[in-house]
Write a protein that binds this ligand. Structure first.
Ligand code: CO
Length: 137
């Protein structure tokens, strides 16, 4: 894998109330925000904060089945949930990660993510306690 295409796509922050959080972020950083978008299938409400080089996604769980909701139990005020990097071909990336014994969450196969593109998540214990998402672009 080469590094030249490893752009950060987004940083996801779990929040207890996305409307309130979006207003705070907008006021603090004077940044453009999207409307609230409900992603039923992913169990979250999202607001995108649009920076020139990346998006920040504020995620509020829709129910307590959501992985975000477990995260909020441990971090009631919210906190950084994951970083997403872009990759060109997720199948090649997956083979390479398996060879390096990096653990993939779930069944190890790509899923369609919140942007309708294939994604995988790498196990936080392999990357300094940080949940990393890789998205095919
Ligand atoms: Co993400």
């Amino acid at each position: 894998m080469e590094n030249k295409n490893k752009k950060v796509n987004h940083i996801a922050i779990a929040v207890p109330d996305v409307k309130e959080a979006a207003i705070k972020w907008q006021q603090a950083l004077n940044i453009k925000k999207s409307e609230i978008i409900v992603l039923e299938k992913h169990g979250v409400k999202v607001v995108f904060l649009e920076f020139s080089n990346l998006k920040i996604e504020l995620l509020e769980p829709l129910n307590n089945q959501s992985p975000i909701s477990k995260f909020l139990e441990k971090n009631p005020k919210g906190g950084m949930h994951h970083i997403c990097f872009e990759v060109e071909k997720i199948s090649e990336t997956l083979d390479s990660l398996k060879n390096k014994k990096i653990n993939i969450l779930g069944d190890g196969n790509p899923k369609i993510g919140a942007h309708n593109k294939p994604v995988i998540f790498l196990h936080p214990s392999d990357l300094s306690g940080t949940l990393v998402e890789l998205e095919e672009t």
